[in-house]
Ligand binder design. Structure first.
Ligand code: AGP
Length: 608
């Protein structure tokens, strides 16, 4: 997600200083490129974040109004050319944008035919030219903006400025948050309240489909049909830091709560439910090669590795491709036997994990096709793989990976349909999986709505120093991931274990002080999981079960049940992991630990 900040104040404050200072509090939202514009001093854009932008901005850069932006790339590499603000042909209209304009290609073709010339690959620039086209017809800035926005499909949060009316700013929201700051003789637009709070605590949150027209003295909110909207201001009591976390205490909790939106963003523009197929633009260039691939080796580390283990079950069962999953740190020393009919698939949130990157390089050296499922656009792994799928999950700030894991599993499900349809998966089966994928955000929200119960349970188990996490098939990697979440932020011992493996050793640890978290949804492994739970109970071990809504039986066997909605087996991990993420979060928070920055860990491990 990108960060937007805009100001108009008729000289009350210097817009250059207001905007550059404000961008600092938005850096958590995106930092691969930055830019600023004022009618008086023009535009300055650069790769990198605010520090780099300050270096490029001249000493006398100033203005009475302006717009600024920090980018988290979704289309186009993080370069100065693709950085925001973007302008129209004549450099009269300037725009910053957060979101994805889905129909930008068709709009761009139409505008090019009308003589518009484009400077960047960005979908955002198309909107600036669209406003320009309408401004030429209506000679009215507000009308031109409304008409242009009515042509757009996709998501946007924007701030728009026209040199012909320098005091006026136009903001609009569709799917990406926009908040208006109401100052005394000055107004602000931002992606969240954090950059506004040093100036005013009075804000108005725009709703989807709303447009705000701001001058230093006035603000008017309209719907896209230009009907006026009356909205009372809100007094924000948050600190700037709390505003960055959306009012949550930690980034980790905010990112867990973003799960439904993350699944929607990962799926956006990619599901073709009517055909039971998917569109993965990042794989189009290698689609023919992929049809001939006979084996996939997934390489990753940590949470991404556990996502890969889920992907192995998905791809083998539903796409009929042999899959191995390797730790990045092991693969590169294993002397693997690869050839051009092998694909090495790297999964990485940061795209910079050295062990995974070196595994990709080893795959290349040995002639394999290299692919990536990466969240950070333009990262090293994204650039060095032959093709890939971006997560579009937005920056993940908490060291413990949560929303990225949910997005990685969603992307693996899309890849399964993509490869499965190349290998005989029926349109009917593709439609079934696509339908269930589309239903996940609502189901995930139902779990999140019960976060209070999970908080209580985590406190109840605060006594424990050891946990066993059990699962089978698709839920075995979830057991590993649940254990990793708990140990990496609360520092207690937790291990994931195949439920069938318990009798080969781990059950010796079980007693009344050693709780077990068992993943026992009503699926093909249910009966076996129930007998494993009996084995634990026979040794007086406390058990928390993740079970399917409506399962009354399991509740009679164990102390505590965390219910999740039913879905198809291959998608269960996307739902089942979330109660475990929340359990780990509340368990560590109850101990007063630094949940976002746990000891000894880095967000991106760029060393061996
Ligand atoms: C997971 O919570 C950890 N932060 C860590 O295991 C992480 O998943 C691993 O380092 C891989 O990072 P990547 O996805 O950025 O490659």
């Amino acid at each position: 997600m990108c960060g937007i900040f805009a100001y108009t104040g008729k000289g009350k404050k210097d817009a250059g200083k207001v905007l550059l200072d404000g961008l600092l509090s938005l850096e958590y939202r995106g930092y691969d490129s930055a830019g600023i514009f004022t009618p008086e001093s023009g535009a300055v854009k650069t790769p990198g974040a605010v520090k780099e932008l300050r270096k490029k901005v001249s000493k006398d850069f100033s203005g009475k109004s302006g717009i600024a932006h920090l980018r988290w790339a979704t289309h186009g590499e993080p370069t100065a050319k693709n950085a925001h603000p973007h302008s129209d042909c004549g450099g009269e209209l300037w725009l910053v944008h957060n979101g994805i304009i889905e129909n930008f290609k068709e709009l761009k073709e139409k505008l090019a035919k009308l003589g518009h010339t484009f400077r960047s690959d960005s979908d955002t620039e198309v909107l600036a030219h669209l406003v320009e086209e309408y401004l030429g017809k209506t000679r009215d800035f507000e009308k031109a903006a409304l008409k242009a926005l009515n042509d757009v499909r996709g998501t946007y949060g924007i701030a728009l400025q026209y040199k012909g009316e320098p005091d006026k700013l136009i903001a609009a929201r569709m799917g990406s948050p926009i908040v208006i700051g109401l100052g005394n003789g000055e107004h602000f637009i931002a992606s969240d309240p954090s950059p506004i709070l040093p100036h005013t605590k009075k804000v108005v949150f725009l709703e989807d489909g709303e447009v705000a027209v701001l001058t230093p003295q006035k603000h008017v909110i309209r719907k896209l049909d230009s009907s006026q909207v009356r909205r009372n201001a809100t007094e924000i009591e948050w600190s700037a830091e709390q505003a960055q976390k959306g009012g949550y205490e930690h980034f980790m909790l905010k990112e867990i709560m973003e799960g439904p939106e993350v699944i929607e963003n990962t799926l956006r523009g990619r599901l073709l439910p009517s055909k039971g197929d998917v569109k993965l633009g990042g794989l189009e260039s290698v689609a023919k090669k992929l049809a001939k691939i006979e084996r996939i080796i997934i390489v990753a580390c940590g949470t991404a590795y556990y996502a890969g283990l889920v992907g192995e079950y998905m791809l083998e069962e539903h796409a009929g491709i042999p899959v191995e999953v390797e730790l990045g740190s092991e693969f590169r020393y294993r002397h693997p036997v690869l050839n051009e009919r092998t694909a090495v698939l790297a999964i990485s949130q940061s795209g910079e994990t050295l062990d995974t990157l070196e595994a990709v390089r080893e795959g290349k050296r040995r002639g394999a096709l290299t692919l990536g499922i990466v969240n950070t656009v333009g990262s090293t792994i994204a650039r060095e793989t032959d093709a890939g799928v971006y997560n579009h999950a937005g920056p993940e700030i908490g060291v413990a990976s949560t929303k990225a894991f949910v997005s990685q599993l969603t992307a693996l499900a899309l890849l399964t349909i993509f490869l499965g349809r190349q290998r005989g998966m029926s349109p009917k089966e593709g439609k079934r999986i696509a339908r269930e994928l589309a239903a996940l955000p609502k189901k995930l929200q139902a779990i999140l709505d019960r976060h209070g119960d999970i908080e209580k349970l985590a406190k109840q188990y605060g006594f424990a120093r050891d946990f066993l996490y059990l699962g089978r098939r698709y839920n075995l990697p979830v057991a590993f991931e649940g254990a990793l979440k708990l140990k990496e932020i609360s520092y207690v011992h937790a291990e994931g274990c195949g439920a069938g493996e318990m009798k080969h050793g781990p059950i010796a640890m079980i007693d009344e002080r050693f709780p077990t978290v068992a993943l026992a949804p009503m699926d093909s492994m249910y009966e076996k999981m129930i007998s494993n739970i009996h084995e634990i109970k026979a040794r007086r071990g406390p058990v928390i079960v993740v079970a399917t809504e409506g399962d009354k039986e399991v509740g009679k066997l164990v102390e505590d049940v965390l219910y999740v909605p039913k879905t198809i087996e291959m998608l269960e991990p996307i739902l089942n992991v979330v109660p475990l993420q929340l359990f780990a979060y509340y368990f560590a928070r109850a101990k007063g630990l630094n949940v976002d920055r746990p000891r000894n860990l880095a967000k991106s491990v760029t060393v061996e």
